[in-house]
Design a protein around this ligand. Structure first.
Ligand SMILES: [Zn+2]
Length: 295
């Protein structure tokens, strides 16, 4: 999706943390070389890879604003500014949509960009964990270098959308946290109809709901933030949703598919729920209400 060059981005929904201490964090495992695996790792809400009680990786870290991203044209060329612009659009969408959906008060999330390591209320994380949502502080954590790598691997257009999709998916987890669905879910199980998969498909559905309405989100002056998606961009969106299916990722990584260990859902499930949100809005994201056979 393309930002409107004439818009002004509200940069308050994202910031960048630099200089976090890396020592003392023990998270093993390198990143997979396959882009699909890489993208799959981006979309987890699984925080089991985090260590410690939080905070220490932030020792000595400084937080800087991303005010330089206020000109929306930068969101089309600069990864950090694309994240800032996407967060602004997501906040505009959900601040209007959430109260109508739930009759409850909305609280914004916040995107924290980091390099190497970051301390969070959910523990310490390195870029190896992949971007994630922490319900403890209601923030989304994204490693910038990881994102640029993703964009390089997926190509300029598909990669740019994939980056925005990741932020929208993580903001979707924030919405499930606000509604209480995340706390109510039993996240210990796996498999195609597990609560873990229902939570992930709900985030995909919420991402689809935002994607459909992104072209209606505006800046403070009422100027449209994002141009309506083209057919090719919608096709990219569905490709991205399929690429992160557990079956595709397992197939790419091991050559075998084991549905009983799924945590995010199949390519078909992820495409279908993204589409459900795209066509039906957030009210269609009933992943915890449908029978397993309809999931
Ligand atoms: Zn997720």
């Amino acid at each position: 999706m393309t930002f409107n060059d004439d818009a002004r981005i509200d940069t308050s929904r994202a910031s960048k943390r630099s200089g976090g201490r890396k020592g003392g964090i023990a998270i093993g495992g390198g990143l997979g070389a396959v882009a699909l695996v890489l993208l799959g790792q981006l979309l987890g809400v699984d925080l089991s890879g985090l260590t410690g009680g939080g905070g220490s990786a932030g020792d000595g870290a400084t937080t800087e604003s991303l005010d330089r991203c206020a000109d929306a044209s930068l969101a089309n060329t600069d990864t950090e500014c694309r994240m800032v612009g996407t967060a602004d659009s997501l906040d505009d969408f959900w601040s209007q949509t959430y109260p109508a959906l739930t009759q409850a008060e909305y609280r914004p999330s916040h995107v924290t960009l980091f390099e190497d390591a970051v301390g969070t209320a959910c523990g310490n994380a390195t870029s190896a964990v992949g971007p994630f949502y922490c319900p403890g502080d209601e923030e989304i954590y994204l490693d910038v270098a990881f994102f640029e790598d993703l964009r390089t691997r997926l190509g300029a257009d598909g990669g740019a959308f994939a980056q925005m999709y990741v932020v929208a998916h993580e903001w979707g987890h924030h919405v499930s946290h606000l509604t209480g669905a995340m706390a109510a879910a039993d996240r210990s199980g796996t498999g195609p109809t597990s609560d873990a998969v229902r939570l992930e498909l709900q985030a995909d559905c919420y991402a689809g709901a935002w994607a459909a309405a992104a072209a209606t989100t505006t800046d403070d002056q009422g100027v449209t933030l994002i141009e309506p998606p083209t057919d090719a961009q919608i096709a990219d969106a569905l490709d991205a949703a399929a690429a992160v299916g557990d079956d595709r990722i397992q197939e790419a990584a091991t050559g075998q598919v084991s549905p009983e260990s799924w945590t995010h859902g199949s390519a078909e499930q992820r495409q279908r729920w993204f589409t459900a949100g795209y066509e039906g809005g957030p009210a269609a994201c009933t992943t915890f209400e449908v029978a397993g056979t309809d999931l």
